[in-house]
Structure formats: C-alpha cells, structure tokens
Design a protein around this ligand. Structure first.
Ligand code: TRP
Length: 334
C-alpha cells in the first residue's frame, strides 16, 4: 500500500459492525468498496468505536465484529490490495478524535440529523459519545489524508462537517489535513425495505421479511422476495409512486448490471410474480459465493486475525504521521 500512496488517490470508508450485514449494506456500500480496490488506494475499517455509542451486549458485540470482518472479506475485499482493519486496533483514531472534539462546535454537532434521530430512538442513553460521534468519524478520515470518501446519503452531513473541521484546522495551522471529497458511487443502489419501500432497508426492522441478509439461505431469500410489497398496476416499469417495483428494479439492476430500460423490455407483458422470482434468483446467485466464502473465513479465525493485525499495523504507522503533525502544530511537547 505504502509505495502506491503517491500514484493512486486515497479512499477511506468504514462501516459499523452492529449486526448482520444486509443486502442494502452490500449493494449500497460494500460492492462499491470491492470495485474501487484496483483504481484507488483503499483503506477500510470496521467502526467498532462508533458502535458503542449505543449499548452493546459484550458477547454479541464481539461476535458481530468477527462476523462482519468475515462477511466483508467474503464480499471480495482483498487484504493484499487494500487495508481492512478494526478501528479500535489503531490507537490514533480515538486520539485524533479527542483533539478534533476541541475544534468542533457544540452548535454544529447539535445540528446533525443522525444525532437527533438516534437520541430520540435511545432516549434513555443520550451519551456524550453519541453527540461527538462525527468528530471520531472526521478523525477516521483525516488521519489517512483521504481524497475520497464513499458514503451513502445518510452520512453526507457528517462528511460535510469533516470538511469544515479540516478547513478550520488548516486555517489555524497550515495544511495538516487533506480536505476530502464525498464520493457517491454511480451504481450505488439505495435499497429500501421489502415490506415498506418508502423506508431504507434496515436490519433493526422488526419485520424480518423487510430485509435480506448476506447469510440468508436461498429458500429464505426467495420467500422474502416473493412477499415483497408491490402495487396493483402489474406493469414492471420505473415510475413515481411505484416504490416497491422501483426498489426491486434497483436491486435487480445493481446485481445484473442491466439498465432500467432493458429490465422494462425484458418483463414486458409479464406479471410481478415472474419479476419477483427473477430478482430473488439473481440475488441468490450473487450471494451464494459470498456465503460460501464466509463459511470458510469464519472457520479460520487465525487467518482473519492475521489479516486485521497486518492491516492495523500499517494503518497505525501511516496515521501516526498525521496525528504527530497535528499535535506538533497545536503545541504539544515532543
Ligand atoms: N458513521 C458511518 C455509518 O454509520 C460509519 C463510519 C465511521 C464511516 N467512520 C467513517 C463512514 C468514516 C465513512 C468514513 O455508516
């Protein structure tokens, strides 16, 4: 990774290991992470420090992190090409986050919609970490001098804050941080709930039929797609008000690479039953090798450990340079 730093642009992204990975996480984020590995210098992390802003049961938390690591390797993240580590293993993240907390205003953090949503949802645990979450996210990104950060729409406000904090810091001390650009992938599908297609697909949904996980069996996947909510028009076409069909078309397109136009043509005169079966089968085939590789990785803890330790070691060295630079500028004694 290090010798390529000059040539290729640096991409940083992270995902919270807060439970099973859904088809939404896969098509919306991870599939793009995989496809960026050749063109860019990619740095990916499991944001476990972010996860504890919501109370976790220790054994389950531990399992979620190893499961997420195995799943993402299984999706095709190649630790020979990219760095892929666990955030808490690299000490600079929490360290820079503290510094950035002192350059982030209470007012700007109060405006974060995710904070407002999450504090309403977890009213009994509105902790300081939940509030300063974006400063930790800014640290994640700025430590690696990232040029680009692939994010979904829900994280755009946090990235905007990251840019503001970086510019503020640079304004005070000179060029310490690269100001990152958001990267909204061309084919990054926003996958909606199969039961309420006006809402994002979420693993915390009470209705298990509303989401597909990477670990669902082919039978379960087919069943969930067959039950997906559609509309009464019975025409496969992309149009306003047809949220269910639009969502299924988005999923089908992301998996097969077919354009919406082509999909409409292929399913002309055919019912929703046929279409749902086709989408389900395409997803089953896409996820089959992922599930097989997951089984292999999860059974080989020492291989996974080797991967995340090696990545964390490189990330630690790389990020330490940025942390030291920032600390020297602030005036810490060395
Ligand atoms: N906050 C992001 C999410 O919940 C995860 C995340 C943590 C992240 N650090 C990041 C994403 C840095 C991009 C860059 O989805």
């Amino acid at each position: 990774m290090e010798q390529q730093t000059e040539k290729k642009k640096i991409v940083f992204s992270a995902i919270q290991p807060s439970g099973t990975i859904t088809l939404g996480n896969y098509l919306g984020a991870i599939k793009n992470w995989v496809s960026m590995q050749d063109e860019f210098n990619c740095i990916y992390a499991l944001a476990d420090l972010h996860t504890i802003t919501v109370r976790q049961e220790p054994a389950k938390f531990r399992k979620n992190v190893t499961d997420a690591y195995a799943s993402i390797l299984a999706c095709g993240i190649d630790p020979e090409k990219s760095l892929f580590f666990i955030q808490s293993h690299v000490t600079t993240h929490a360290q820079l986050a503290w510094l950035l907390n002192c350059y982030t205003q209470f007012g700007e953090l109060s405006r974060m919609t995710q904070f407002k949503d999450k504090s309403a949802k977890h009213a009994d645990n509105v902790n300081a970490g939940l509030f300063t979450y974006p400063a930790l996210m800014a640290a994640d990104i700025l430590l690696y001098q990232a040029d680009m950060v692939p994010v979904g729409a829900d994280q755009k406000q946090h990235l905007e804050l990251t840019r503001n904090v970086a510019e503020r810091f640079n304004g005070l001390y000179g060029n310490v941080f690269k100001v990152p650009e958001p990267f909204i992938p061309k084919n990054g599908a926003r996958v909606m709930s199969l039961q309420d297609p006006t809402r994002k697909m979420s693993k915390s949904d009470e209705n298990v039929n509303s989401f597909v996980t990477l670990m669902d069996s082919p039978e379960v996947i087919m069943k969930k797609f067959k039950r997906a909510v559609t509309d009464s028009e019975a025409v496969v076409r992309y149009a306003e008000g047809k949220d269910g069909i639009n969502n299924l078309m988005g999923i089908y397109s992301a998996v097969t690479g077919l354009s919406f136009e082509q999909i409409e043509k292929d399913f002309e005169g055919r019912g929703y039953g046929d279409f749902k079966t086709a989408v389900g089968e395409a997803v089953v085939e896409e996820l089959r090798p992922v599930r097989e590789r997951y089984e292999k990785y999860i059974a080989d803890k020492s291989y996974m450990q080797e991967c995340y330790k090696k990545s964390a070691e490189i990330a630690q060295k790389f990020s330490q340079r940025t942390l030291d630079k920032a600390m020297k500028k602030i005036g810490f004694v060395f």
